[in-house]
Design a protein around this ligand. Structure first.
Ligand code: HEC
Ligand code: HEC
Ligand code: HEC
Ligand code: HEC
Ligand code: HEC
Ligand code: HEC
Ligand code: HEC
Ligand code: HEC
Ligand code: HEC
Length: 433
């Protein structure tokens, strides 16, 4: 009853704190009038409840045992301290009793057993607990009675828990791969589960990892998925391979939309392959090279399609388009650089080039539909733009040539005039002499 009362008053105090903060920001906007209002309001509101140090904190702070004492300094850095979640809110006991024997008696939970931790935290975090109950980590703990799987405190810590927005937090977006790897890259820990330990190593080598670790300058680090974006943080998002396109599709929207149009999506629904990860790999995700279309290894077109088949030819066709377009792009770029040297304003050409690029970027997503007509629409557009650029560049070159001819002719005229004048002068001088 006493504990309940203390909590109630704290909650009320917190609300009031928030309320008076809101009023303060309002006051700064509507100055003098509102400041009188604020004065009135703060007179009417009762004072905010004071922060009282209970006996759990005071006795543990003074303990000679490092193990007992350390919990205070850790907890003091946590979100729970800020939110006034105290020792007894997690561990139970009576925070008013001055004797350890008394304080540790009433409803005391003490240090929870490992298998009880989800329930221990889930008293207040109901949704994370419910999601966690659907995960493989939980099943390991509850069904197989194994300690190896992750519980709340393996991913969050326990006394020094911080919000995911804090850069020091184990669950801060950029720290998650390291947090998962404490187990998943540790061979000793994963040995009983017969699971590879190379996920982090591969992830780091792929484009997603390169972006997350800041090696790709022009892209924001958090635009790449961390482990939890693909796998879920509490639940398991990948239960079957049919789940994979939806997960990748959260970011690769247009690729996903195109993929859904094609027969590979139907095949995936029926037989479980090819998912995005079948062709791209799970962790070391990089842009496939052109050879994929002509190859016969796992994830390459020839693995499933005979060399003489229509499907294989479609692949070669796509590869041909990609290579041709790449050379059109290079050509356009070079010729724009070229005319720039002659001092032409290239704003119109640059705009066409941007358009060309945007259409080239659509080819890879569109290729996932396996629909050649759809892809060729982009190819046609790109060819038109490329011809536009070429025509404008040619026109300019022609103009330069004209100017050159006019220049040369006028030089010849001037020169002849000078020579004539000069000879006239000589004749004149001779006749004078
Ligand atoms: C008078 C001092 C004193 C007070 C008051 C006190 N503790 Fe302790 N507590 C200790 C000492 C000493 C230990 C280590 C020895 C032990 O396990 O009893 C300890 C151990 C613990 C442990 C670890 C138990 C384990 O199984 O390892 C927890 C949890 C704990 N206290 C929580 C609390 C909470 C919550 C309160 C307030 C409701 C509280 N304590 C009040 C002295 C105190
Ligand atoms: C958010 C919940 C939470 C709060 C708040 C909390 N603890 Fe704990 N505490 C835990 C958990 C969980 C463990 C068990 C860790 C483990 O299994 O390794 C633990 C373990 C302990 C232990 C055993 C030693 C150790 O570090 O493993 C002591 C002592 C302890 N807590 C004291 C306290 C005291 C004192 C406070 C208040 C300052 C406090 N705890 C606040 C969750 C909490
Ligand atoms: C496998 C690691 C892992 C486990 C186990 C885990 N969490 Fe989390 N948790 C995370 C990550 C990562 C985030 C941050 C997700 C994000 O960025 O949105 C998170 C977020 C949270 C949040 C913030 C709200 C939210 O959902 O974003 C709470 C509260 C939380 N976890 C509590 C718990 C509790 C309670 C348990 C145990 C029942 C638990 N977690 C188990 C990794 C884990
Ligand atoms: C007595 C209730 C209570 C217990 C028990 C409790 N928490 Fe919390 N926790 C809170 C409150 C209140 C907040 C702040 C509000 C919020 O963010 O949900 C919080 C915040 C958090 C956050 C920060 C969420 C974010 O913003 O990223 C995490 C993570 C978290 N708790 C994990 C745990 C874990 C792990 C345990 C068990 C060791 C635990 N909590 C036990 C009440 C509790
Ligand atoms: C405390 C160690 C530990 C931590 C931390 C941990 N895991 Fe695990 N994880 C395991 C173990 C052990 C298994 C094996 C479960 C099994 O085989 O039933 C597992 C299983 C998995 C699986 C399932 C593999 C499958 O068969 O489908 C995925 C996915 C996974 N973890 C992802 C993560 C992610 C993501 C994180 C970080 C947010 C994480 N884990 C953090 C220990 C951990
Ligand atoms: C782009 C999405 C994505 C990211 C990011 C990602 N994974 Fe995976 N992961 C997958 C897919 C897809 C699978 C295959 C699932 C299957 O076959 O059921 C997988 C499989 C796994 C497995 C099962 C064993 C294995 O190697 O096949 C574990 C464990 C795992 N991932 C952990 C991690 C960890 C740890 C990280 C972060 C370092 C991570 N994953 C990042 C998509 C991802
Ligand atoms: C959180 C967002 C996100 C998720 C989820 C995601 N990706 Fe990515 N991915 C990116 C970003 C950002 C890039 C780099 C920019 C780009 O090429 O779009 C990228 C790049 C790629 C690339 C090109 C690599 C290169 O070197 O050019 C491939 C292939 C790829 N992702 C496949 C996948 C697959 C397969 C999945 C699912 C298993 C997936 N992605 C999930 C954000 C994501
Ligand atoms: C894991 C096996 C697998 C791989 C790898 C694979 N395919 Fe397929 N593909 C299929 C299946 C299954 C179908 C469904 C129709 C069928 O049975 O031929 C299909 C259908 C197609 C179709 C017919 C589409 C239509 O609308 O008629 C084309 C084109 C195609 N694939 C091209 C490719 C290309 C290009 C690659 C390489 C980038 C590739 N496939 C890689 C299994 C695969
Ligand atoms: C049959 C194999 C196959 C499947 C299935 C597949 N892809 Fe691809 N993907 C490729 C090939 C081949 C390329 C290279 C095409 C190119 O360079 O234009 C590619 C390119 C990409 C790129 C790079 C695009 C760029 O602009 O750099 C991304 C991103 C991508 N795929 C994501 C996905 C996603 C998401 C899925 C699932 C919805 C998926 N892929 C399914 C074979 C596949």
């Amino acid at each position: 009853m006493g504990i309940y009362f203390v909590k109630k008053t704290e909650a009320r105090g917190k609300k009031q704190e928030a309320r008076s903060q809101k009023q303060e920001s309002l006051a700064s906007c509507l100055l003098p009038l509102a400041s009188c209002f604020l004065l009135l309001a703060s007179c009417l509101l009762p004072p905010v409840a004071a922060w009282a140090e209970d006996t759990c904190i005071s006795c543990h702070r003074e303990s000679a045992e490092e193990r007992v004492k350390v919990s205070i300094s850790e907890w003091e850095k946590s979100i729970h301290k800020i939110e006034k979640v105290k020792c007894h809110d997690c561990h139970g006991g009576d925070p008013e009793s001055k004797e350890g024997s008394g304080a540790h008696k009433v409803n005391f939970i003490g240090k929870p057993a490992r298998a009880d931790i989800p329930k221990f935290c889930g008293r207040c975090h109901i949704r994370p607990l419910n999601d966690y109950r659907k995960s493989k980590h939980e099943r390991l703990l509850s069904v197989k009675k194994e300690d190896g799987g992750a519980t709340c405190i393996d991913c969050h810590g326990y006394h020094r828990i911080k919000t995911k927005k804090d850069t020091e937090s184990l669950t801060y977006y950029l720290n998650v791969p390291q947090t998962c790897s404490r187990c998943h890259s540790d061979p000793a820990r994963m040995k009983p589960f017969d699971m590879p330990t190379n996920q982090f190593e591969l992830y780091e080598k792929g484009t997603h990892g390169a972006i997350l670790y800041g090696k790709v300058q022009e892209v924001s680090r958090t635009s790449a998925p961390n482990c939890a974006v693909c796998h879920g943080h509490h639940d398991s998002m990948i239960s079957t391979h049919q789940d994979i396109p939806r997960i990748c599709g959260k970011c690769h929207l247009s690729t996903f939309d195109n993929f859904k149009e094609g027969l590979h999506f139907d095949a995936l629904k029926k037989s479980g392959e090819p998912s995005c990860a079948y062709c791209h790999g799970n962790h070391k995700v990089i842009r496939p090279k052109g050879e994929v279309f002509a190859g016969f290894k796992k994830g390459e077109c020839g693995e499933c399609h005979e060399k003489s088949s229509e499907e294989f030819k479609v692949g070669l066709n796509i590869q041909g388009s990609i290579e041709r377009l790449e050379s059109l792009r290079r050509e356009a770029k070079n010729s724009i650089e070229d005319v720039k040297k002659y001092g032409r304003n290239t704003a119109d050409l640059e705009q066409l080039y941007t358009e060309l690029n945007a259409n080239i970027l659509m080819i890879a997503p569109a290729s996932h539909s396996l629909d050649l007509d759809g892809i060729n629409k982009y190819v046609d557009k790109i060819s038109t733009i490329s011809e536009d650029i070429k025509r404008k560049v040619d026109e300019f070159k022609m103009e330069i040539r004209h100017r050159y001819v006019v220049y040369v002719i006028s030089m010849i005229i001037i020169l002849t005039a000078v020579i004539i004048l000069f000879t006239q002068l000589l004749i004149y001088k001779k006749s004078e002499a």
